[in-house]
Design a protein around this ligand. Structure first.
Ligand SMILES: [Zn+2]
Length: 778
């Protein structure tokens, strides 16, 4: 090992010396990079002794009982405020909740045992009724499994017959959690405390967060996504609070001095993980929409200050956009969204009651960063897309949750572009989704989008599939499919899918079949399942290598560390153009090297593959073509589509990281930035350079790298200098990103103008009378 590393170091330095003339300013950086990287010998992983594990417990409910409807009464006993009065024994906060449920179900296979889910609930009063004969069936025993299955097993003295209708009643009590799981408490402060000990402004509320499998913590239920049912819900709550549920309020009355109840209309047939309710003293603001009542709830102070206005102003538009795009109306008469002080993840798409962590929904005009609007509109667009993809049509099991998350992520881009076209977020897709997916999916530890069902069994395994692969790769392969079959055909296919499977559950084959029908109607030739299954059932993605001299092209599984040869291959659609021809679609559908005339550069022209990055793969070329592309970027970058300007940088750096091209090529791919003012290529470069900075911070590479970037950023910095010096931002929203990156790159690499500007602003602020809250001025 030592020997070969010394040789590679020598070759590296020799090679770098040879290319001095070609690359000029970045030469020193490359030498140091090579020297540093040659000294990095990763320690091999320790081998772990293999032991034979015990057989895993059964984690899935039997399918012999089918739930149809729940009647639920829920009563959280929590106080929203603790009032302390002198000489009066003030109430202690209570975390208790109580309730009862009657689940009506059908028996499809004779059995004398009911299995459902329950966790951390104290159960009593069990009663099973044979509804057809109107008689009670005795319960002989009941036990809660403690093996991770969370099964509640109820044994009966008599059989339930196939085709029969039954109900199960259970009373229960549990504890409101403090860890954002199940039914949980959230805290906030209203007004200002008088002193440190003053607890009077403290406020409390309860909310639910049940995905993927925490409904069983709130009431005993058949807690699997395919076990859809309707819900008749009544919440009993303190008189000074408001209860919200999945559907609209049908009735609300006072019970006694302390309590009132709110009853809700029956919900659509839905999965248990989408069940939700909240009890709080929040207030709301309305959004305009013709048919649906849309309310945005938040802390009263936030509503009064108008912080929910931005969210309210876009929500109705996004809902209308989807209704029109999918050709199916939102299924309920009301849609509430609520800004909770505590929630993880950022938001949850509960049908009719979307919960958000408040930082992802509230916008404070004049204080919040303007770019926060992008995040808010992204999250709302994502959660609203789920009202169709996930809520109306749900994946059969968590192994294919990408059918929910990939679609919501993909569709959000269209809705955002519709309501905020000036944000120009469609092109930023490659930074948000494609690069996230590429990064995670280039590791040997990645997972396929569609996992085998038995690999996602327990709650930990379910939680683990909510990752960048599911969201971002899911969105990316859908985008690729839409490009291959044509957007209007794809859109028609998903309308069929949503219509045919409404209120039902699907797997990926149902999606492929719906899109196939649209393709066939359009006289298309794509075999959707054949193409897409390789992208969804295999891990990773390919890099294609094109030789523009011979026209040869082949594919290879792209991995950062290819320890063993991978035999995976894909059906790859390739949009290709040259400086003499417009984009065309070709296919590489074999693991072998093939020759295609379209990839031959006949008159020295460059060839560019994966135009607009619609494909989920990286591209490598012969050195001559890389040079031609880079020359084009340096002389007339506009000829290369914007997304590809960012992608060429990202591909080059990642190919270098996987040791498929020399790092010199990667660094060369940033040379054109000298005259680039668009955000996307810059951001792509900055992110990739971060990897190099992380590895070589405080090493000899760092100095030359800073010098290089000081040179590169000069034009971009100058472009915004006037605004930056006056602490203002460009009017055009999308340019604000470019300004931020100009300041970020210039100041972090020590561009004198930037350092001077920052120093001056800082001293002005230090000398100002009000240095506590007015920096920077805006
Ligand atoms: Zn989602």
């Amino acid at each position: 090992m030592v020997k070969s590393s010394t040789i590679s170091k020598a070759i590296a330095i020799a090679f770098v010396t040879l290319t001095i003339c070609a690359i000029g300013g970045i030469i020193t950086m490359v030498i140091f990079y090579k020297t540093q990287i040659a000294t990095m010998n990763p320690t091999p992983r320790p081998t772990i002794a293999v032991t034979t594990p015990a057989p895993p417990p059964v984690m899935r409910l039997p399918k012999n009982l089918v739930p149809e409807r729940y009647e639920l009464f829920l009563q959280p006993h929590l106080y929203t405020q603790i009032i302390q009065e002198v000489n009066v024994t003030s109430p202690n906060q209570t975390m208790l909740f109580t309730g009862n449920s009657t689940v009506h179900f059908r028996c499809v296979q004779k059995t004398d045992t009911i299995y459902l889910h329950s966790v951390d609930l104290t159960l009593s009063g069990q009663m099973v009724i044979d509804k057809d004969r109107n008689r009670r069936i005795g319960v002989s025993s009941m036990r809660n499994f403690e093996n991770g299955s969370n099964f509640l097993e109820i044994n009966l003295v008599d059989n339930m017959e196939e085709g029969g209708n039954y109900s199960l009643f259970l009373a229960f009590k549990g504890e409101i959690s403090e860890n954002l799981q199940g039914l949980y408490v959230s805290h906030y402060v209203e007004g200002h405390p008088v002193d440190e000990d003053d607890t009077s402004p403290n406020r409390f509320l309860v909310a639910t967060n049940l995905q993927p499998a925490d409904a069983r913590r709130v009431f005993p239920c058949f807690d699997e996504p395919e076990m859809k049912a309707e819900f008749d819900v009544t919440i009993i709550h303190r008189r000074d609070t408001t209860a919200l549920g999945n559907s609209g309020r049908s009735e609300s009355n006072i019970i006694d001095e302390e309590w009132k109840y709110t009853r809700f209309y029956r919900t659509p047939k839905m999965s248990t993980y989408l069940f939700a309710f909240t009890v709080s003293r929040f207030e709301s603001v309305l959004s305009p929409h013709g048919r649906v009542e849309i309310r945005t709830f938040a802390r009263p102070e936030a509503i009064k200050a108008g912080h929910a206005q931005y969210a309210a102003s876009v929500t109705g538009k996004i809902l209308s956009y989807y209704e029109q795009h999918f050709g199916i109306n939102y299924q309920q008469k009301k849609l509430d969204q609520i800004a909770l002080p505590d929630l993880a993840p950022a938001a949850m798409e509960n049908w009719g009651l979307i919960t958000y962590e408040q930082g992802s929904l509230l916008f404070e005009e004049g204080v919040s960063s303007l770019l926060l609007k992008e995040w808010i509109v992204t999250i709302i667009a994502h959660e609203l897309a789920h009202q169709w993809f996930g809520n109306l049509v749900t994946m059969k099991w968590w192994n294919e949750v990408w059918l929910n998350e990939g679609f919501a992520t993909y569709m959000a881009n269209f809705a955002m572009n519709h309501v905020e076209p000036s944000f120009k977020m469609k092109e930023a897709y490659i930074l948000g989704d494609l690069h996230t997916a590429f990064e995670e999916d280039a590791l040997a530890t990645s997972h396929p989008l569609s996992l085998p069902q038995d690999e996602v069994q327990d709650i930990d395994e379910m939680a683990m599939v909510f990752d960048g692969i599911t969201y971002s790769k899911g969105a990316s392969v859908l985008r690729m499919l839409a490009d291959v079959v044509d957007q209007p055909v794809f859109d028609k296919g998903i309308r069929t899918y949503l219509d045919e499977f409404r209120l039902k559950n699907t797997d990926r084959n149902d999606l492929w079949e719906s899109i196939q029908r649209a393709v066939d109607d359009d006289s298309g030739h794509t075999d959707v399942a054949k193409v897409m299954d390789l992208w969804t059932t295999q891990i990773g993605y390919p890099v294609i290598t094109i030789n523009t001299t011979s026209g040869e092209i082949y594919q290879k599984h792209f991995l950062f560390n290819a320890t063993s040869e991978s035999s995976l291959w894909w059906h790859i659609p390739i949009r290709v153009m040259s400086d003499k021809s417009e984009p065309d679609l070709l296919w590489l559908d074999t693991p072998d090297t093939v020759k295609k005339d379209e990839f031959i550069s006949k008159k020295g022209e460059w060839i560019l593959a994966n135009v607009n990055c619609t494909g989920y793969y990286r591209v490598n070329y012969n050195p001559e073509n890389w040079e031609r592309l880079q020359y084009q970027l340096l002389t007339n970058p506009e000829r290369i589509p914007l997304m590809n300007r960012g992608q060429l940088i990202d591909d080059a750096f990642n190919l270098a990281r996987a040791k498929l091209v020399d790092v010199t090529l990667a660094l060369n791919s940033t040379r054109f930035l000298r005259n680039e003012t668009e955000y996307l290529p810059w951001e792509s470069a900055v992110r990739n350079m971060k990897y190099i900075v992380r590895m070589f911070d405080r090493s000899e590479v760092y100095g030359p790298m800073q010098e290089y970037f000081r040179e590169q950023v000069k034009v971009l910095y100058k472009y915004f200098k006037n605004e930056t010096d006056h602490s203002t931002v460009p009017k055009e929203h999308s340019l604000q990103h470019s300004q931020i990156i100009a300041v970020q790159v210039a100041c972090s690499n020590g561009l004198p103008e930037c350092t001077a500007m920052a120093t001056e602003l800082f001293s002005k602020w230090m000398n100002s009378n009000d240095s506590t809250n007015s920096f920077p001025p805006h």
